[in-house]
Design a protein around this ligand. Sequence first.
Ligand SMILES: Nc1ncnc2c1ncn2[C@@H]1O[C@H](COP(=O)(O)OP(=O)(O)OP(=O)(O)O)[C@@H](O)[C@H]1O
Length: 359
Amino acid sequence: MKKGAVELVSVAKRYGDTTAVSEINLFIEGGSYCCLLGPSGCGKSTTLRMIAGHEEVSEGDILLNNRNVTALPPRQRGTALMFQNYALFPHLSSRDNVAFSLKIAGVGRAERRSRADEMLKLVNMDGYADAFPEQLSGGQQQRVALARALINEPDVILLDEPLSALDPFLRTRMRAELKRIQQQLGITFIHVTHSQDEAFALADQVVVMNHGCIEQVDTPPGIFSTPRTAFVARFIGGHNIIEGSTRGNRLQFSEERVLELPTTKINGHGQPSGASLRCDQIHVGHTPTDFSTVNAMNVEFVEYQGRYVHLRGRCDDGLRLSVFQTDTDYLSHPVQEGDTVYVGWDQQDLNPLYTAPNG
Ligand SMILES: Nc1ncnc2c1ncn2[C@@H]1O[C@H](COP(=O)(O)OP(=O)(O)OP(=O)(O)O)[C@@H](O)[C@H]1O
């Protein structure tokens, strides 16, 4: 097993009657970048804090490098948590902030200084060793906080919404920096976020959480192309969700219409409860003969988004669809609210959805 592997075995957290995390099982490979993704209140920060040891588990076990660390205090786990607000000491320079834990541990001045400077270099802050937090921008403070978390050479770094306080431009830049540092050090990063863009850009493994449960664990392309539940499809966006009653591979979504789901995607996975269809995988034609599976759609909404145009409408059989058309396609034949277009898709692009996350 690679260093920095984290395993959660039936881990639960309750606050009185509130279940923040509900018996989750998760394996995070050593040296990987894992993002815990989900809406506010889904239990991702609680999960992170339990891994860090800042929160006791109500049930279950946490293993780090195959060693049970459930009862160990944070310092003895080999993890380091970077707080959301960075929590730098205002009266200490960047170098002294980074070296603080070494000082507490009794490491000599010369070594503290050289190790802190090395960390500041890693996060591109070597020019700011003598600056105090108030002289630094939000992004710079965050780099110092990251250097401080890295100084004890943890096997696992835990980051709680590390980019949320930054403006959009800095956020994208810091995102790339986090990935570079993770790859350079080869240690495990576990990063909590409610942004799917962030999770997709960074993660080897995305863990989507909802109401204290794990809905899906997969690579970013796996999550995006095959969301397992309607919740995941809705949360990541860009998908139509078609609900109805299913029998075998037949999804009946209105009295008259049945969609046949691709059997290869269903076999062995149980009974689907519906299907999702990516908005960018629906073709738009302007005559009924454009596609083999044709649906006349009355356009009810058109919104220009730059790279794509969002069309929303209602098909003859009652199916409501959102379609993302490329700007080039749209501009070559613009449509307006009230127009009729003909939409079609490849049957293989219908993705079965299930009710139970692991069912
Ligand atoms: N100390 C606490 N006492 C009581 N309930 C708590 C406590 N901490 C968290 N909770 C509850 O546990 C649930 C999960 O909270 P948590 O902070 O883990 O969610 P989150 O997904 O990280 O949300 P956010 O993105 O808003 O931080 C929420 O319903 C929250 O209200």
